[in-house]
Design a protein around this ligand. Structure first.
Ligand code: AMP
Ligand code: GLY
Length: 422
């Protein structure tokens, strides 16, 4: 079958790598893709937020399966666009409807959902400009630090954690006055949870689900989890504290109630659910939902998946995920994200990337790369994800670091302590 994958990051490179291994694949297209994805399919330079252009492409190329890597087109309603179009409605679409995407696209919606279905999460209240006084009062009723979240998508920058009450009040006022545009018309204020985070992934057909290997990502730019938040600087899978007992509690208290909530709310949802969790004294709580795979978690989770991914997506599309028994590589997989100097703030693009051909023992997934006159150059903050397997996470990390040292581009940076807290 012909498959279209939307997106252009390391996540999409890892998914493209996996799709390309399927016997069920005829041709893979990646929209828009990057310099890494073109080894697994054909990159298509079309803006996936222009749904009519996507439609034309899908029809002209006999595409029968579409997978959305990022959340943005889902939040914009691309799944609904497919389902309501006579010529597209039989295409298998991996990614939820607009209503389902609200689990990521609206923090307030997600919190209400969790509260309704008794899913463990931090206590919260939501405020608007009209209720700003109540918001300030609510802040005063909490202990520091204070967690303020823009309701809508804010490119991963919409969560502020503030140590003192004056900063928290000022930030609330700024947010409700448009600090993140419309995304902060509503602000969720929640209790701070102290613990260790991990990412758990399920694929659901809206009725059944399968659970993928868990992962831990490292979001801060600096070693020891310091400095600004990034999209993610590295990841490991499995996660040592995600024991069988812990994962059983995650499934019982979080995954099953979430899927039941999706069914009960009549949400059309075929796709990944990303549970951003925190373990507080060994008990799992939901920090956030995402309606896609994580990046860079995908670069360690997908390599561990041994099951044919297209077969899995076909089962999901046919609402038959209950027929799937997944198998995973039991080894440890780690990834190191090589980033541009300055990231996550301003950075330069267009630096030549050298020596990928001199690497060995790792999967090199491209995150932000392109080609100019046949020369591979940087094209984003996060440039390459270096994924490796090992019998231990240390063995896997040693391979990733060996190759991160070999690969070169001006201003390259990576954290040297991925996995330090496990
Ligand atoms: P989110 O976008 O909701 O995942 O938030 C970004 C990051 O902020 C999370 O990965 C956590 O590290 C942190 N965070 C969010 N909510 C809380 C909370 N209630 N308590 C502690 N940390 C939080
Ligand atoms: N790595 C976290 C995310 O993808 O949101």
């Amino acid at each position: 079958m012909n498959v279209l994958l939307l997106g252009s990051g390391g996540r999409e490179n890892a998914i493209a790598w996996k799709i390309a291994q399927s016997n069920l694949l005829s041709q893979l297209y990646i929209m828009p893709g990057n310099a890494g994805t073109k080894h697994f399919g054909i990159n298509i330079n079309i803006n996936y937020n222009d749904f009519n252009l996507v439609k034309e492409f899908v029809i002209n190329h006999n595409i029968t399966m579409v997978i959305s890597g990022p959340e943005e087109p889902l939040v914009n309603g691309i799944c609904d666009f497919f389902k309501s179009d006579d010529e597209l409605k039989n295409v298998i679409f991996i990614g939820p409807s607009k209503q389902g995407a609200k689990l990521e696209g609206s923090k307030d919606f997600a919190k209400q959902f969790m509260q309704k279905y008794n899913i463990p999460t931090a206590k919260y209240q939501t405020f608007t400009k009209r209720t700003i006084r109540d918001g300030i009062e609510f802040l005063h009723s909490l202990n520091p630090p204070y967690v303020l979240k823009a309701d809508g998508l804010a490119s991963g920058k919409g969560v502020l954690i503030l140590k003192n009450i004056n900063q928290a009040v000022d930030s609330l006022i700024e947010m409700l006055n448009g600090k993140f545009g419309n995304a902060s018309d509503k602000v969720v204020i929640e209790e701070f949870l102290s613990g260790i985070e991990l990412s758990v992934f399920a694929l659901t057909d809206g009725k059944n689900y399968v659970i993928l290997p868990e992962a831990k990502d490292y979001k801060r730019i600096g070693e020891g989890d310091t400095g600004l938040n990034t999209g993610g600087m590295g990841a490991v899978s499995p996660v040592s504290f995600a024991t069988k007992d812990f994962m059983e509690r995650v499934e019982k208290r979080i995954i099953i109630p979430t899927i039941n909530g999706i069914i009960n709310e009549n949400i059309d949802y075929t796709g990944f659910v990303f549970f951003g969790l925190i373990s507080v004294n060994g008990e799992p709580y939901v920090i956030e939902y995402n309606v896609r795979m994580g990046d860079p978690e995908t670069e360690v989770v997908i390599p561990r998946l041994q099951t044919d991914i297209i077969e899995l997506f076909v089962a999901a599309g046919n609402k038959q995920l209950n027929t799937q028994k997944l198998s995973f590589n039991q080894k440890h997989c780690t990834t190191i994200m090589m980033v541009s100097k300055g990231y996550p703030e301003d950075y330069e693009k267009g630096k030549e990337i050298l020596n990928i051909d001199k690497t060995s023992d790792s999967l090199i997934f491209h995150a932000g790369t392109t080609e100019k006159d046949d020369i591979l150059i940087t094209n984003g903050g996060r440039v390459l994800a270096i994924s490796s397997f090992g019998d231990s996470k240390e063995e896997a990390l040693a391979k990733s670091y060996k190759n991160a040292e070999i690969i070169d581009f001006e201003g390259k940076y990576y954290r040297k302590d991925i996995g330090f807290d496990l």
